[in-house]
Design a binder for this molecule. Sequence first.
Ligand SMILES: [Zn+2]
Length: 257
Amino acid sequence: METVIPVEWLIPHKIANGWKFQCSTNLRNLVATNRAALFFRQLVILLEQDYHLVNFHFKIQHNRKKIDQLEIFVFCGDDHIEQEPEPVSICSSCDVTHPLSQSTLLSEQQYTYAWLDFRNRPKLILTPKRHIERLSELKDENGEMEAFWYDTVEIIDRECDNINELIYPVLSLNHGTFRKHAHMHLKIDISKDIWETKIVPRHKEKLDYLEQLLKQTELISACFTERHLQQEIQKGVIGNMNNELKQTDVQTKSISK
Ligand SMILES: [Zn+2]
């Protein structure tokens, strides 16, 4: 089957602080018709080579009224002056033997790992196995780019029990200064209802262990930059803070890194 991406899908619609792209299909269908790699490749070429964007945030979601329409928001902006993440001693997305990795790893695929969020937020995370930092670094020739999106859909279906597009998770992927963890990671935001009814019961043991682990700062500090570690301690995500306070604090963050 010849794969072609409709030109309309790559037309940027200007919004505050960025652009919006619209695909007249849903993510499941984009993957099922083997067009995900081609679409996202063309999109990152447009953004990185034509627009010269380095620092940007992707937000990928289904239109709330037209569920067969996938919307990709690209936010950038010159008000983002934070620095690139500094190197950490241990990349918990690469070193799967680290306790923090062990407590969050859900599954291993050919090119990806699926995880619980290592900061214990209601998210699932998908990372490429290779330590790369941008979507554009995924390869086409061995099917790595296509597999990344295929695995995204599979993991959402597996963990959320074939969720429909009306309540499909919002996905986000940060580039450059928009991220705190260097290793490229797709964040899959899970709604409170799905989190509490599907994810927590299924992974209770891992989540309990993670909660204990996050209190032991010395055990996990090598996985964070000093600056990031201090921020997380202040927020109460890491260290010995009252758990109720931590949950409230984490849930009030909207676009988080
Ligand atoms: Zn890594």
